[in-house]
Design a protein around this ligand. Structure first.
Ligand SMILES: *Cc1c(COP(=O)(O)O)cnc(C)c1O
Length: 377
């Protein structure tokens, strides 16, 4: 089936009892047992929930994977993935992942005796050089937040296969509409479904997709045993949202491209970063592993005051954390999303205090451009 057909139908069958076309929100923590040990296969809400199961099947279909496993947040999903390793193991991570991923790994999970190496994953050799005898996972995010650096998913996945390592890709920025890491050879895809998958800035959620039976069994066990499950209502909202993922992503992409081109032609900015621009250093790679360039644009104003003024003056864009919603947002990564990353590390990756990140929404492009114009005038 095509992407939109899957988005609208996968995982969703009319309700057996009533024929309701839309999957009901099963708000129940427990299920009746006719006699002790005799039931319909459902016992307890943490373990089984049909609204959640529908969402898991839906997103698995979109990522072209066998299994989806839903979590209460993107970080809960990453925490569960880190339970695939144990004390004494080593994980290689691309160095400018989402700030919260860095915080979780470096400031919490590290204390459990798991060792992390942070590498510039734009160059596969850096990953190869970091791999040790006890390495179990290579974790990448592409494009990265907010520098929009890319990693060659196919090259990393092939290397991991050869070495028997688990390759994990955070696909939050592209969504399966523009990039499908499993098709490029990755073992596991993780999403903050808070962002594009849900797309309406009203749910916090996470999703893992894999086609590997063993990894699935383990993660399903962890999902139930550790218990970071999303609410049935949140699952239902996300299921409602994925139906329009294709049309939303097309519009995000179109608007972001126009804004990136407009900013590039403007004299008041120092640098525009967007994988769809020909001057993006990895534009060619972008064209081979993505079918669009997404809705995220980063802009370096060259000086912090200019950046702060811009964030203060925009009216259609809203100053807020997060991304991927239908509404346009502006954020100052150095003081907001990446405040927990040490300043020296931030600057080393080009994440300066004058950098602004735009999450371009799907409003009318004329209004967005007008808003940018008035903010810099
Ligand atoms: C937001 C985000 C996360 C964390 O997800 P939450 O749903 O906020 O827990 C992980 N990775 C990326 C790329 C993100 O943007």
């Amino acid at each position: 089936m095509g992407f939109s057909t899957d988005a609208i139908h996968a995982g969703q069958k009319p309700d057996l009892e009533t024929g309701a076309v839309m999957t009901p929100i099963y708000m129940t923590s427990t299920y009746v047992q006719e006699e002790i040990g005799v039931h319909k296969g459902y016992e307890y809400g943490r373990t089984h929930n049909l609204t959640r199961a529908a969402l898991e099947q839906n997103i698995a279909a979109l990522e072209k994977g066998k299994y989806g496993i839903a979590f209460a947040s993107g970080l809960a999903a990453i925490q569960a993935l880190m339970n695939l390793v144990k004390a004494g193991d080593h994980v290689v991570v691309s160095n400018n992942v989402y700030g919260g991923t860095y915080r979780l790994m470096e400031l919490i999970i590290k204390d459990y005796g798991i060792d992390f190496s942070w590498v510039d994953a734009m160059d596969l050799d850096n990953i190869k050089n970091a791999v040790k005898d006890n390495t179990k996972i290579v974790y990448i995010e592409t494009p990265t937040n907010p520098m929009l650096n890319l990693t060659d998913i196919n090259a990393v996945s092939s290397y991991c296969k050869e070495k028997g390592l688990i390759s994990i890709v955070d696909n939050t920025f592209m969504s399966p509409y523009f990039q499908r890491p499993l098709e490029l050879g990755a073992d596991v895809v993780i999403h903050s479904s808070t962002k594009y998958l849900n797309g309406h800035s009203d749910v916090i959620g996470g999703m893992v997709v894999t086609s590997d039976d063993k990894i699935y069994e383990r993660l399903k066990y962890i999902q139930n045993a550790a218990g970071a499950v999303p609410s049935p209502f949140d699952c239902w909202l996300t299921l409602r949202a994925t139906k329009t993922l294709a049309v939303r992503m097309k519009q995000h992409n179109e608007n972001a491209m126009e804004i990136a081109k407009y900013l590039e032609s403007a004299s008041f900015v120092e640098k525009v970063i967007y994988p769809g621009l020909e001057n993006h250093p990895q534009h060619e790679l972008a064209k081979t592993q993505m079918t669009g360039f997404g809705g995220m644009v980063s802009v370096d104003f060259g000086n912090e005051e200019k950046a702060r003024n811009f964030a203060k003056r925009v009216k259609v864009f809203t100053l807020a954390e997060s991304l991927g919603g239908v509404e346009s947002l502006v954020c100052h990564p150095a003081s907001m999303t990446h405040a927990s990353v040490p300043k020296a590390d931030r600057e080393a990756m080009g994440l300066t205090d004058s950098l602004i990140r735009l999450s371009v929404g799907i409003e009318d492009i004329e209004d967005l451009i007008e808003d940018i114009k008035q903010a810099i005038s």
